[in-house]
Design a protein around this ligand. Sequence first.
Ligand code: 5AD
Ligand code: SF4
Length: 433
Amino acid sequence: MSKKLFIETLGCAMNVRDSEHMIAELNAQEGYELTDDAREADLILINTCSVREKPVHKLFSELGVFNKLKKEGAKIGVSGCTASHLGKEIIKRAPYVNFVLGARNVSKIGEVLHRDKAVEVEIDYDESQFAFKDFRSSPYKAYINISIGCDKQCTFCIVPKTRGDEISIPADLIVAEARKAAQNGVKEIFLLGQNVNNYGRRFSGNHEKMNFTELLRRVSAVEGVERIRFTSPHPLHMDDEFIEEFARNPKICKSMHMPLQSGSSEILKAMKRGYTKEWFLNRAAKLRELVPDVSISTDIIVAFPGESDKDFEETLDVMREVRFEQVFSFKYSPRPLTEAEGFTDTVDSEVGSERLSRLQAFQDTILDEMKTTLLGKEVEVYFEELRNDGYVAGRSDNNVMIKVKGCEEWLGKIAKVKITEVSRLVQYGEILA
Ligand code: 5AD
Ligand code: SF4
């Protein structure tokens, strides 16, 4: 009987890919198979996120639950960013945890499994050339890491402390992964990094130098790759060359994540984001000028220390002007190991909650208006999900989720769809060809 692995993945796309890597290693080295029932698992692994405080609290209550329901002899492991940040503290607080594996150490999963109470959390460990075994959670889309770590020093962000300095993965490895995925029938490549358009600044060995724009060209030249997405780019590094390639290259999907964080130049300075409100608006305008149909998504933090009503209004101004398709909004949460943790001009928590609700309600009104313009449009949809209500779902090139009546024969196919019904969350359509 094969051993069973239950894995829970929290946080960002980087974590999703790290989980895939660990699943692949555990399968290749130990014959583990996935289960979605923690009670029958031989290993319960939680791949954690530490970007905000709430999920960290949740981790310990969740560990308690898993410890009660696990079968006899089963192991519990904690990996990811909270593992990097708390290290052995996790075993102190939850002594039944068998190992702690940092976000920068996933290649050691097969090893820590056999060292009880192992804690591997070095943030300078170099996994940039590690040849992970193959596992893809979707047969239609391949996540490919292009760098590890992050060199930025945004004052609110714990990530540079959990994922370490940025190292780019050699381009030939990335292209080889894309080629392999395409040969297996994958049409969409999703390039991942904390700051993708900073690609190529540092390699750990003597590798071919290239920037992100050139990497995009290389990946798009791979036969069988039909769509390329990436996350996250940094607004500061959105130079003209990059935006022009984004516009010109038909394989690059026309949806861009532009994490604004704040619309106030003062607050951006305190956050050490490296750009101003004007720069952000200028880049968004250039993008819209070259790609009128582009959908732009963003991340916004409200109630960062020092944020006045006026600063907050400026964030709403940017939202009004750019008209984002999707806004991921958060109330500022002070994080250990970050510069902003020591900032004393904090914003009252209730004020923060009010701002967050106001921002979200405002975005809903923008979205309702934007969605109506989709009605009747013809778009190309890549079908990836079978819904149990007789529908298949997929995303348009510019990231609109669309459902059409259909069965599994559409999965993995790209078809032209006319949008027939719109709402805030989901659009319906009919297949044209
Ligand atoms: N508080 C609130 N939100 C945060 N983010 C990162 N750090 C914090 C924090 N300390 C948000 C940012 C980032 C997204 C992944 O999470 O908006 O882009
Ligand atoms: Fe991803 Fe950041 Fe969360 Fe780590 S802390 S899992 S890098 S979102």
